[in-house]
Design a protein around this ligand. Sequence first.
Ligand code: C5P
Length: 223
Amino acid sequence: MALLVAAGQGSRAGGNVPKQFRTVAGKAVLAHAFDALAMCDEIDAIFVVVGPEQEEEARRLLIHRPVAAFIAGGADRRGSVRAGLEHIAQIGGAGEVLIHDAARPFLPPGIVARLVEALKGAAGAVPVLPIADTLVTDDGGVAGATVDRSCLRRVQTPQGFRFEAIWSAHQLWDSPHEATDDAQMLQVRGHDVKLVRGDERLFKLTYPDDFQKAETLFASGRR
Ligand code: C5P
């Protein structure tokens, strides 16, 4: 099953509407993300996490789609994922769960299959990409050390997990620091997280220009 988190405000993307509710290529970003997951044979149910005041709008945007349940999200992404996992636990749990950002309208073919395959040998799996740019530390406005990028990766979603492992990691999370993603929480519990090949088209809408990039990608038909 899959958990689609859509409870953010998306302030960096500009506009008054959260980015996952904005329209790209004639359809809400949330609906693109949902439909892409629904196309995957490996996924039998999709749960959608939304802000308490956003449920009505999310229901409208996802009308006629087989949403397993709408779940009220939290103040940060971790809280939203936790609420979703708690709901799934209450209805009997799952074997595996994919956690995906609603702000990623493209899900190229092959990603989910790679994650599911990797989960046969690990409690977690994430899609990653290499880093093209040179990385330096910022020492107060001047370039500091150049960081070796050859072993660094950018992590995308969806991320795949054995349900019990990620649910337990969320329940035990007590760090004062925010976890930037779920895989990190699993690693803290000593689980291996496998890396599978990601895809540039799986980018997250974050900044205003990203919407034009998404429009161009849809227009080119490269989905
Ligand atoms: O803000 P950011 O781009 O990191 O959000 C990633 C995903 O997490 C988005 O789909 C957003 O809607 C979701 N999110 C959430 N609940 C929050 C914050 C973010 O579901 N409180």
